[in-house]
Design a protein. Structure first.
Length: 439
């Protein structure tokens, strides 16, 4: 029996279509949103002769087939979606092969609301609870998550999934989250600290009283991390130090059973950086308490003068004189310096509501008694709370910009009342990075 297809056609073979991920998110007005890869094939046919397009949408107010862009010509294509509105829709992607035979697959799509400075927005997917970040060179950053112990490596310039991940739970001897909130790099070591406070219900959870180090090899996309050391008594030593000095900061009360960490007289660490010119003295920056513990109080830093030995050998921490900073009534959410000992402090409220509280960036020289200077107010209408400074540029040069990352864990991204940390699919979880002028 003769064939109905022209010579060289693939006969009646049905093409195949497969997605690198079945779930995708972007933002209304987004400029550089995540994408998915579509792999297509048809037996006996050149893949370049296959066409791929969106053919249907289950909710056209979110996205329509015309909003789907397919780029590339070979067996691997790239699909992006420009959102029309916030919400969810299923998009049908169709591959049409030689001879008109076709196949379809479904892309589950979610669109978050628009944000300020959308042109500078990048979305790091796989997690919504970014809590600390360290630049590892060549345009890449390692980002911690306060809801897990997974560290993720991202391309700072692009939206999408992590390039590599590490989970050091087994080496740390923990099964629950450390609640990583601060990080600092010295040479080839990255220091990470848990919040050291109670959980939101006022319960003591031992894993949160963890500080640890990871050794870095390589840089950029080739970065590798390995577990080095940990210490699990810093909270206890801070409380004892404060009690020995007249209980000035109320650490014992702030860590008592039933006390939530995110209150003006609570106990919650969110910043970590080293003192000017030092590889041994670490600054522990507090989200709570304020000093005195009331609205309008000063932010608190407690130096640990032998932090390197604390982690390397388990030496008892030695504390220096506390530093109190006027951040306009805000507290420390992150602190980061550059090689010239120019500091940026990401300041925010001690309170738990990240979606409405104010945020600002302050420049500082790291010297006790020297006042920080406000450089920028940060947008507060966007989802999530600003949580991390990736790196500090040369602040002596006008127009320099710093990249910041949000913790979107408690944000409702898709208009359905579900917090991002509770979303089922990791591809829909995301934190946002944005650039801000700071000099």
């Amino acid at each position: 029996m003769g064939s109905n297809f022209p010579a060289g056609a693939a006969g009646s073979a049905t093409p195949t279509i497969a997605l690198s991920a079945g779930y995708l998110s972007s933002a209304v007005g987004g400029v550089s949103d995540p994408t998915v890869t579509v792999n297509v094939a048809q037996s006996g046919a050149d893949a370049s002769r296959l066409t791929v397009a969106a053919s249907a949408s289950s909710r056209t107010s979110v996205a329509q087939p015309v909003d789907v862009t397919v780029s590339g010509t070979g067996a691997s294509r790239t699909v992006s979606v420009a959102a029309r509105g916030q919400g969810y829709t299923d998009l049908t992607l169709k591959v049409t092969g030689v001879g008109g035979v076709s196949a379809t697959t479904t892309l589950h799509y979610a669109a978050s609301g628009g944000v300020q400075n959308a042109v500078d927005a990048r979305y790091f997917t796989g997690s919504s609870d970014a809590s600390a970040a360290v630049d590892v060179g060549d345009g890449y950053v390692v980002v911690a998550d306060d809801e897990s112990n997974v560290l993720r490596l991202y391309d700072r310039s692009a939206s999408g999934a992590p390039v590599r991940t590490w989970d050091f739970s087994s080496q740390l001897g923990v099964s629950k989250e450390v609640d990583i909130e601060g990080a600092a790099r010295v040479g080839d070591l990255i220091y990470w600290t848990g919040s050291l406070g109670n959980n939101k219900d006022g319960e003591y959870k031992a894993p949160r009283n963890t500080v640890f180090t990871t050794a870095v090899t390589g840089s950029g996309s080739a970065t590798q991390l390995s577990y080095a050391h940990s210490y699990k008594k810093l909270r206890d030593q801070l409380v004892a130090w404060d009690e020995a000095n007249g209980d000035r900061y109320g650490f014992a009360a702030g860590t008592a059973a039933g006390e939530a960490p995110k209150q003006v007289d609570g106990f919650n660490v969110e910043g970590l950086e080293f003192a000017p010119g030092s590889t041994s003295t670490a600054y522990i920056g507090f989200r709570a308490p304020l000093v005195p513990p009331k609205d309008g109080g000063r932010a608190l830093i407690v130096p640990v003068t032998n932090f390197d030995k604390v982690l390397a050998s388990g030496a008892a921490p030695v504390f220096g004189a506390a530093i109190e900073l006027d951040l306009g009534g805000l507290s420390i959410r992150d602190i980061r310096k550059n090689s010239a000992d120019q500091y940026l402090i990401l300041a925010g409220s001690w309170a738990a509501d990240d979606n409405t509280d104010p945020y600002a960036l302050y420049q500082w020289d790291g010297v006790a008694g020297h006042a920080p200077v406000k450089r920028a107010d940060l947008p507060t209408s966007d989802p999530g709370g600003w949580e991390s400074v990736v790196a500090v540029p040369d602040l002596s040069v006008p127009g320099q910009r710093a990249q910041l990352i949000t913790d979107n864990g408690s944000a409702v991204l898709y208009g359905d009342g579900v917090q991002a940390k509770d979303l089922t699919h990791p591809e829909w979880k995301k934190s946002r990075a944005g650039w801000f002028t700071v000099s």
